[in-house]
Write a protein that binds this ligand. Structure first.
Ligand SMILES: C[S@@+](CC[C@H](N)C(=O)[O-])C[C@H]1O[C@@H](n2cnc3c(N)ncnc32)[C@H](O)[C@@H]1O
Length: 288
């Protein structure tokens, strides 16, 4: 098996398991149900740069036109818009796109543009830097995807993934609820193997844990239960409503394992099963 075939096989295994356990992915906007204050949707573009975002910003030049592939609501690229010529976000999600434009407007940022569409189907915007943050985990056709990314970023490609990958952050809970091991999406190792197979020699840097509000103490047992049910439902990025029977069964299992799953504070409960790991920066100069 080639590295690209292995990558596709990982994605296929995840999608097959997800379809069996959670049903088929509904058509429409996959991110349409995110709560409005979800960290992917709400991030102030003018916030001070954390160490991970600074590592990306250090690779940007003021004259750069950045193509943000799957840029979502601009969590990563809008702070960079303040440090470069322009940002073009290519993303199929209407809700992410609307949040991107709203976040830019609220921050007084006007050098941004949105193309609503799938990366492989969209016309390739011509930029100097291609930015790809947390998009590749379920990208089955990874080689054409990367080749197109390179065409969009003539000077540099900047790509980040997380280790472990976010769609598989809840694998411990998944195993308890479903009684089987989770199929895990491809991450940095599988991606590096594909890039090496393509003859690319990227730099890889292990950054810190992502600065997102994900492992937060829950204020009540009811909130902790609801959080765990939601995490199981959304694992493997199944971001769609749950059936009542699935919810009831998951809730009952979480109840049963509650004391193992949560660290009890004086007045809160903190999930024990999630390991955020570290963000991984992969970057290279196309053609060099
Ligand atoms: C986890 S979000 C990350 C968003 C943003 N890059 C960030 O780091 O905050 C993944 C994004 O990738 C987008 N996406 C997924 N598949 C895509 C594709 N084939 N082409 C373009 N965007 C895609 C989704 O719509 C979503 O907005």
């Amino acid at each position: 098996m080639t590295a690209a075939e292995h990558y596709a096989a990982r994605v296929d295994a995840v999608l097959a398991q997800r379809a069996r356990l959670r049903g088929a992915e509904p058509s429409g906007d996959l991110y349409g149900n995110l709560e409005p204050d979800h960290p992917l949707l709400k991030a102030d573009p003018r916030r001070p740069l954390d160490a991970n975002l600074k590592a990306l910003a250090d690779l940007i030049e003021p004259s750069d036109a950045i193509v943000d592939v799957g840029g979502g609501a601009g969590r990563m690229s809008l702070p960079l818009a303040l440090r470069c010529r322009s940002i073009t976000n290519v993303d199929p999600s209407a809700s992410m796109g609307a949040a991107f434009l709203a976040n830019a407007k609220a921050a007084g940022i006007s050098n941004v543009d949105l193309v609503q569409g799938d990366w492989l189907a969209a016309d390739t915007p011509q930029g100097t830097v291609a930015l790809v943050n947390h998009v590749t985990y379920l990208t089955r056709d990874i080689v054409p995807f990367i080749e197109k990314v390179e065409r969009a970023g003539s000077r540099r490609v900047i790509l980040t993934v997380n280790a472990p990958p976010p769609p598989s952050w809840n694998r411990v809970l998944f195993q308890i609820v479903h009684g089987e091991a989770e199929e895990v999406v491809p991450g940095h190792a599988e991606l590096m193997n594909v890039l090496w197979e393509m003859g690319r020699l990227p730099d890889l840097t292990m950054l810190l844990a992502q600065n997102v509000r994900y492992i937060v103490p829950l204020p009540s047992r009811a909130a902790a239960l609801a959080f765990a049910v939601q995490r199981v439902a959304n694992e493997q990025w199944a971001h769609w409503p749950v059936a009542a029977a699935f919810e009831a069964r998951t809730r009952a299992t979480v109840e049963q394992h509650f004391d193992d799953l949560y660290a009890h504070g004086a007045d809160n409960f903190t999930p024990r099963w999630i390991s955020m790991g570290r963000e991984v920066l992969i970057t290279w100069q196309p053609g060099k």
